[in-house]
Write a protein that binds this ligand. Structure first.
Ligand SMILES: NC(=O)C1=CN([C@@H]2O[C@H](COP(=O)(O)OP(=O)(O)OC[C@H]3O[C@@H](n4cnc5c(N)ncnc54)[C@H](O)[C@@H]3O)[C@@H](O)[C@H]2O)C=CC1
Ligand SMILES: CC(=O)C(=O)O
Ligand SMILES: [Mg+2]
Length: 597
């Protein structure tokens, strides 16, 4: 039965207008269907001599693509194969990913995408996305304007490449994190893959390996900072908002100082979101709430140590602090006393120099005296029930630290979140071994389930470990923000998103299950999160879209109807103005905007 919402502007059912023919059509990744063009389409679009005669289904194509994918020598080769598939046929690419999501998630995202980013200039075949050069600020608006008209873009991911995952400064290779996050927006939340824009602000790089690599593709100079940097970011944001007033802006993997500063500046003005600060904060709070449910402890009694007080660590601290303040009806300042941050100098105290404003909130002012400020010393002193790692220091959660924690608390919640996998502060197998299977663990990158003698009678059991990655939550928040055309992303919208994830946590129904929902239910999670976010946006008066259904069932249907699915839609030949715009070779194509005529 057709949905009552099928006429919505973002609805993706019905025929697709297309003005391209022949080889141009075959070379357009969004319109290309390869061997799946029907007999009628082959005639109408002048493809008959260009394709072998058998007409195949998307399923058959996906089967062949999976065989080719499986022949890849290693994960990086598989990642490269998928990138080239995306350049050829977007529908098939996403169909393949959705059919094998659990297997391929880590190949298109962390950890393998980290490797692809480190090798960007060596693996490079075709450019994708927007490269904005700090020495060409005058051209930023023009370069951005080539991607469509004011209705064409829903979602922009921008990075300056300074702190990519846990692998540091990757210069212009950072474009691949913007692309990967957008791939997740489509897989997880059905954001239209032709209505997004990945952007890298190339400000140079302080990565000596890249600077000395003759094949490096970015600006070969040290990072430009200060006023010129600010002017580039300002020009980018103002131009993007003017050209694409509907676009929601997602900041990814900026360095700590800039991440916070930019978020604080733009958050009150435009719909924007910093994934490392806010996305990580939301998903980690959800994991902690689920863990506390299992350990039968209250948020009000939480004592959390965060190791690595950068974008993610302080973002998590803020989200957890706000939740404690609400739960206990106390000020944020009072709630921050239940959180201890550790960075390179050890525990952050008021004695530590050069703390950022965000870190200062947590600096311990009480007399820490001669007490130890290293991780073990702090754990022994404060007896935390939650330990979070966002330091990029592998194996920092040693056996001694973990046993010390477990000696004070029955079910320690331990979250080593540093990506990629090799940077995790501890691995689940060790955490379970050191705590007799008692630790409640979630990790930043995916891990296989761990077997051990931890059943109630000492029998062997298998413990599944949740992936605590912002990818659980940012797609749903973004989907909600885009669909209700929010003016801002408010604190209440983020709390609503956390609640949406918690509702779907398997641990709420089964104490032995993972703390967070897995990739197998990722679209369900995004619909729930989007629904909560939209409801909060409406309550807050920041949603600008008209006619958002009030009834929850209808709202879910309204959301789902506007999520893009990888299916081939019939192509309808169009001419005239549409044709001329497409023929000019513009990168975005009018015909790709369904139902809009
Ligand atoms: N699981 C997830 O969803 C997410 C994971 N992350 C991961 O968290 C890690 C940190 O990312 P960001 O916060 O963006 O980077 P960041 O650079 O802002 O923060 C890292 C912090 O760790 C500190 N650090 C480094 N060595 C240390 C040491 N020996 N002892 C104590 N602290 C130390 C640094 O001084 C810095 O403050 C990365 O590995 C990243 O991949 C980040 C965002 C989301
Ligand atoms: C997951 C993520 O955003 C990061 O590791 O930076
Ligand atoms: Mg990130």
């Amino acid at each position: 039965m057709p949905s009552k919402f099928e006429r919505l502007p973002l609805s993706t059912s019905g025929p697709l207008e297309c003005a391209l023919k022949g080889t141009v059509l075959l070379n357009h990744p969004y319109f290309n269907k390869g061997s799946a063009f029907t007999a009628a389409e082959r005639r109408d679009f002048e493809l008959t001599g260009l394709l072998p005669p058998s007409v195949q289904t998307l399923e058959q194509q996906a089967q062949r693509a999976y065989e080719q994918y499986s022949a890849g020598a290693d994960d990086l080769a598989k990642n490269t194969f998928l990138t080239s598939m995306k350049e050829q046929n977007v529908v098939l690419y996403f169909k393949l990913l959705l059919d094998h999501l659990e297997e391929m998630f880590s190949v298109v995202y962390t950890p393998t995408e980290g490797e692809a980013i480190q090798n960007y200039s060596r693996l490079f075949r075709r450019p994708e996305g927007v490269f904005l050069n700090i020495h060409d600020i005058d051209r930023v608006r023009h370069d951005l304007s080539l991607w469509g008209t004011e209705d064409d873009i829903d979602y922009i991911v921008v990075t300056d490449g300074e702190e990519i995952l846990g692998i540091g400064d990757q210069g212009c290779g950072g474009i691949l994190i913007s692309i990967a996050k957008l791939v997740l927006m489509t897989i997880c939340a059905g954001i239209h893959p032709n209505r997004v824009l990945p952007v890298v602000l190339d400000c140079g790089t302080d990565n000596e390996t890249l600077l000395n690599d003759p094949l490096y593709l970015g600006l070969r100079e040290k990072r430009v900072r200060g006023e010129t940097y600010d002017e580039l970011v300002d020009t980018f944001i103002r131009s993007a908002r003017e050209l694409y007033p509907k676009a929601y802006i997602h900041f990814e993997d900026f360095g700590f100082q800039n991440a916070r500063r930019l978020l604080d500046k733009w958050r009150p003005q435009i719909p924007c979101f910093n994934d490392d600060v806010q996305g990580t904060g939301c998903v980690t709070l959800a994991a902690i709430i689920a863990g506390l449910h299992v350990s039968k402890q209250k948020l009000a009694d939480l004592r959390m140590v965060v190791f690595g007080a950068g974008s993610a660590g302080v973002g998590i601290a803020d989200q957890v602090r706000d939740a404690i303040a609400t739960e206990r009806g106390i000020s944020k300042e009072e709630a921050s006393k239940q959180i201890w941050l550790i960075d390179k100098p050890g525990l952050l105290t008021t004695q530590v120099k050069n703390l950022s404003d965000a870190q200062k909130t947590y600096a311990r002012s009480e007399d820490w005296g001669g007490k130890k400020t290293d991780l073990l010393g702090v754990v022994n002193e404060v007896k935390p029930n939650v330990l979070v790692g966002t330091s990029t220091v592998p194996k920092a959660f040693t056996e001694e630290v973990v046993r010390a924690m477990a000696s004070h608390v029955e079910r320690p919640i331990i979250l080593p979140l540093s990506n990629p996998t090799k940077l995790h502060e501890a691995v689940p197998a060790d955490l379970f071994a050191w705590t007799d299977g008692k630790a409640l663990v979630a990790t930043g990158s995916p891990f296989k389930p761990v077997k051990g003698p931890w059943g109630s009678g000492g029998e062997e059991v298998e413990i599944e470990v949740a992936e605590c990655n912002n990818s659980v939550v940012f797609p749903g928040i973004g989907l909600g923000g885009v669909l209700c055309r929010t003016k801002l992303v408010t604190e209440k919208m983020l709390i609503a998103a956390v609640n949406g994830v918690v509702e779907l946590s398997p641990a709420l129904r089964d104490d032995t299950a993972p703390l967070l929902p897995g990739v197998d239910v990722v679209r369900e999670v995004s619909v729930r999160v989007a629904r909560k976010v939209i409801q909060a946006a409406v309550e807050e008066g920041v949603a600008t879209e008209q006619d958002i259904p009030e009834d929850e069932g209808e709202l879910d249907e309204w959301i789902k109807e506007q999520m893009w699915d990888p299916v081939y839609r019939p192509l309808k030949l169009v001419e005239a103005q549409t044709a001329s715009r497409q023929a000019k070779g513009e990168l975005r194509v009018v015909g790709s905007l369904p139902q809009r005529a």
